[in-house]
Design a binder for this molecule. Structure first.
Ligand SMILES: *[C@@H]1O[C@H](CO)[C@@H](O)[C@H](O)[C@H]1NC(C)=O
Ligand SMILES: *[C@@H]1O[C@H](CO)[C@@H](O)[C@H](O)[C@H]1NC(C)=O
Length: 147
């Protein structure tokens, strides 16, 4: 009797282990190319045009995303990409073109990504004339996505 109940326990433990679902396949980061931001006009309010080409290696969808944001507008805004199943998000507007937060979300609510553009690869040049400032990302930017 005792032996039976122990082996039943062992069996139960073994089948529990086997029932644990396999780890969900990791999602690959989104690949953003040709990221650029510029302050095109000398006139107020300060406006920033920001955009990039997006490739989602998980779906193989390629699209383009861009935003047009002026100081004084709501900080948190969403912009449809050319493929409307993707959206570009600004969380706090763009007050400092050399360092700002953005995100990419899926319209269906699947995992999205958020990051900050700054640092050595974010190359900015300033001018006295239009455009006042221009920044671009050197290379492909990998945007991790998560729930
Ligand atoms: C990036 O821009 C260059 C020059 O405009 C263009 O040739 C290239 O196809 C673009 N890359 C992507 C991934 O859109
Ligand atoms: C984005 O696309 C969706 C679906 O077509 C539409 O309902 C929504 O109004 C669009 N948003 C903007 C800001 O254009």
């Amino acid at each position: 009797m005792k032996f039976t109940s122990i082996s039943t326990l062992v069996l139960a433990a073994a089948s529990t282990t086997m029932a644990v679902p396999r780890r969900i396949r990791d999602l690959k980061p989104l690949e953003l190319a040709n990221i650029s931001a510029s302050i095109p006009f000398t006139t107020m309010p300060t406006t920033t045009i920001f955009g990039f080409s997006l490739k989602d290696p998980n779906t193989n969808i390629e699209t383009k995303c861009s935003s047009y944001w002026s100081a004084g507008q709501a900080g948190s805004k969403s912009y449809n990409c050319t493929d409307k199943s993707y959206q570009l998000k600004l969380f706090n507007g763009i007050y400092n073109i050399e360092e700002f937060d953005f995100g990419v979300a899926r319209a269906d609510g699947s995992p999205s990504g958020r990051s900050t553009l700054k640092g050595e690869s974010w190359k900015c040049t300033k001018g006295d004339q239009e455009p006042l400032e221009n920044c671009h990302w050197d290379g492909i930017f990998h945007l991790d996505i998560a729930k």
